[in-house]
Design a binder for this molecule. Structure first.
Ligand code: ADP
Ligand code: ASP
Ligand code: MG
Length: 458
């Protein structure tokens, strides 16, 4: 049997009918056996908005959003097929979505479980439309529009469900076979509990879905098709000099994803690493361009491979004069974060204070602040961004700090985190300075714009 290839196409590759047909061509040329798609570009954001408006009881705003989403999807549908059974299926999906939104707006509350029903509808509809585009282009292929909820089993932690690897593998064996050269087309981002309730894997989770499928069906290659021709040394949207990376190790690419490179969901590589499945990242708009291979070992290991950023960082400082001899002060602080399930990123300490950076999104209702105030005086500074320099031998290379601070001579660095890992060096700067700082760091460590620089494909 030929190689099993799992290909994932993101929202930008599902933008419109043309993008869908282009993606179908790529998938066929690559001989992909299992295709995972995201919702069409911007749809999940609109679904999030729909939930917010419905929860506030703003039905007028909900109707507008539903209207826009219907228009966009029917426009794609009209371009792809005039088969009325397909149009009827799209109508049914939208009717169901409207009923769900109506329910939320009447109750003025949306449980995480209901949220997952709504959020997953984007992928349901895009996979239906994409499967029709694929069938039209390749009428001789046996296309299976596969409901991923039958296979990808998860915990019931709605909105951020965790995969149940063994359950998923068992179902993959039962449900998926390539005996007749089938092409499976299915939904990213979505799973279901053992009881069958729909779950989602967290925003951007389609990459992770594809990797979980690749693991479950023992794929030989995982491909992530997006709107840039591979992973670049930094986000090409913020730095014109961003350079294409032809090969990168699992570890470096994981660090990049963890520290904010949007091109990959942070957990994507975990299943691929477990089974040592090589991962290719490329652009569905320029499939001929080189792209990036992510593998276990790579030859070239530069000091700084890439620069990433995470916005919306908050700096929290807990101070107490008691710390001078207070054993257990830090333990108490971290205990508060553990109890409230708050993950912290960078930590620095002085004799009387501890400062930590936290992603604003994980701060929840901020009830942990009250518990911290019992330990010491708490101050909170907002609107920071964390810049991470990712590479190799960072702890044992002389001169790195000098280059860094020279490059940032005009920028205030609020916090520096170096020392825990040879693969990254993190700094916290004001959000307003962040993109300038990235450009300056990129020029200093990686280089200015040249023929290896990369741009977004559309
Ligand atoms: P998709 O819809 O295909 O999932 P995403 O928008 O999630 O696409 O991810 C692709 C985007 O990631 C690119 O358009 C690019 O702006 C951004 N990005 C951030 N960091 C990087 C990087 N280091 N290399 C390439 N792209 C990056
Ligand atoms: N559609 C989902 C999102 O926008 C999942 C994904 O695209 O990866 O978050
Ligand atoms: Mg994505």
């Amino acid at each position: 049997m030929s190689e099993i290839i799992v290909s994932k196409f993101g929202g930008s590759s599902m933008r419109d009918a043309t993008a869908m047909h282009r993606s179908a061509q790529v998938a066929s040329k690559q001989n992909s056996s299992f295709i995972i798609v995201s919702a069409t570009y911007g749809t999940t954001n609109q679904l999030v908005e729909l939930i917010e408006e419905a929860t506030l009881g703003h039905w007028g705003a909900c109707e507008k959003l539903l209207f826009n989403m219907r228009e966009n999807h029917f426009e794609i549908c009209n371009h792809i097929t005039d088969d009325q059974t397909v149009h009827e299926k799209v109508r049914t999906h939208f009717n169901e979505l409207e009923t769900l939104a109506r329910g939320v707006s009447l109750l003025r509350e949306c449980s995480p479980k209901a949220m997952d029903r709504i959020l997953s509808s984007g992928e349901k509809i895009s996979s239906l439309l994409f499967s029709e585009a694929y069938k039209k282009d390749f009428p001789n292929r046996k296309v299976v529009l596969f409901d991923i909820r039958q296979m990808l089993k998860t915990t019931d932690k709605h909105n951020k469900a965790k995969p149940l690897i063994e359950e998923t593998a068992i179902r993959a064996k039962e449900l998926v076979s390539f005996n007749n050269n089938e092409v499976y087309i299915s939904q990213g981002f979505t799973g279901s509990t053992l009881e069958g309730a729909t779950t989602t894997l967290g925003r951007g989770g389609s990459d992770y879905s594809a990797a979980l499928v690749a693991e479950a069906i023992n794929a030989d290659i995982l491909e992530i098709w997006t709107d840039v021709a591979g992973i670049a040394s930094t986000d090409p949207r913020i730095c014109e000099g961003a350079k294409a990376i032809s090969e990168i190790s699992y570890n470096e690419a994981s660090e990049m994803a963890q520290y904010g490179a949007k091109i990959l969901h942070p957990t994507t590589l975990v299943p691929a690493m477990r089974k040592e499945i090589p991962v290719f990242v490329g652009s569905s708009y320029e499939a001929e361009a080189k792209g990036t291979w992510i593998k276990k070992e790579v030859e070239n290991k530069p000091l700084i491979r890439a620069i990433t950023k995470r916005d919306n960082q908050v700096l929290l400082t807990v101070s107490t004069p008691k710390m001078l001899d207070a054993i257990g002060f830090m333990g108490k602080i971290f205990d508060v974060f553990t109890r409230h399930e708050i993950s912290i990123d960078c930590v620095t300490t002085s004799e009387i204070s501890v400062a930590v950076s936290i992603d604003k999104d994980v701060m929840g209702d901020r009830s942990f602040m009250h518990d911290l105030e019992e330990i010491g005086q708490v101050s909170l500074e907002k609107d920071y961004s964390m810049i991470s320099l990712i590479g190799n031998k960072i702890l044992s290379t002389a001169g790195l700090g000098k280059t860094l601070f020279n490059a940032l001579e005009n920028i205030n660095v609020r916090m520096v985190c170096l020392g825990a890992s040879a693969n990254n060096f993190n700094i916290l700067v004001s959000h307003n300075d962040c993109d300038i700082a990235i450009n300056q760091l990129h020029t200093a460590f990686i280089g200015a714009k040249d023929e290896n620089s990369i741009t977004r494909s559309w």
